[in-house]
Design a binder for this molecule. Sequence first.
Ligand code: GLU
Length: 383
Amino acid sequence: MLSDRIQRLNPSATLELANKARRLRRDGGDVVALSVGEPDFPTPGFIRDAAADALDRGETGYTDTAGLWELREAIAEKLGRDNSIRTAPENVLVTPGAKFGIFLAFQTLMNEGETVVLFDPAWVSFEAMAEITGAEVRRCPLDSEMLPDEETFKEAVEGASLVVLNSPCNPTGAVYPERLTRSLVETAVDAGAIVLSDEVYEKIIYDGRHFSPASEFDEVVTINGFSKAYSMTGWRLGYVHADPKIVERMSRLQSHSATCANSFAQHGALAALVSGERGEAAISEMVRSFRKRRDYLVDALNGVQGMRCVEPKGAFYAFPSFDLEMGSFELSNRLLERGVAATPGAAFGPGGEGHLRLSYAVSEDRLGTAVDRISSAFEELSE
Ligand code: GLU
């Protein structure tokens, strides 16, 4: 017998499309993949060297379940330095990817039948992870600027156990103003809910400033990782910051599942955090490129007949709306036939229908090709 629970689960739309694009390319097709969100830069050399040195030294065994102590210390320091979260290594759990940290958090924080509030749209895997725990998902619509409305949120959070915040946001690129985040967390805490704050895009901001609510509220579980800031997606390395009691429970679950995060990848991550200026310089260079690509793409998409794109303030996703006689899944299929992989907006929730998510973490040259293809597809499809 197969599990009904897993049977009901859809595959991750972002990863499924990325796999499809790779398969098409393997078969000789020319596809511009704007589907999955991953920086197209190599991991900075000094991080690679630190991991290679660890391999050469024979650091190839398990680490502590919760991660290398030195790395947990460095993460606690980073949280103090960058996020004004005064904390200790005991509050930190190192996980194989931020995504696995989110998975552990859902498993640890939710009981069957309890309610999770997700904004609509929200990243594809939040809903799936909630469903795996048997929790109910309540969607809270966003306003026209893709930001949560405080009054609507107040109603949505009633009786909920968990609220997921994600700024900078995947898929919209919105960056929540500090005042808004504070107000949402206050409302959630008053309603008795815990807040899961996914901050994996914190370093990729063009306008505005990142605010970590755990700097002011104890009821926040913070998720972050190395994939986006240091272009380390394939290393699978993330972390969770929470009350030590929650960390201990998540660690129990990690001890029965992944065991621990990859040992030499953790040494690379440690180098990233203790590198001071070097790490920050690598991030700034990447963000400069993303900004240039964002400016180009948003402008170009607004020039396509039938498309409208609000300027994203962070992350590396454009989330344009479109005006065609079809849904976003169909449009995504049509674009794939024409050599562009774009994630359907509806994959992020019903509120994403009528949109596409385009990752601009690809070269300007490839972005140009994608825009040409999208533009001629729109001409054809609107006839
Ligand atoms: N978070 C990235 C995205 O949305 C990576 C893929 C995934 O895990 O969904 O594209």
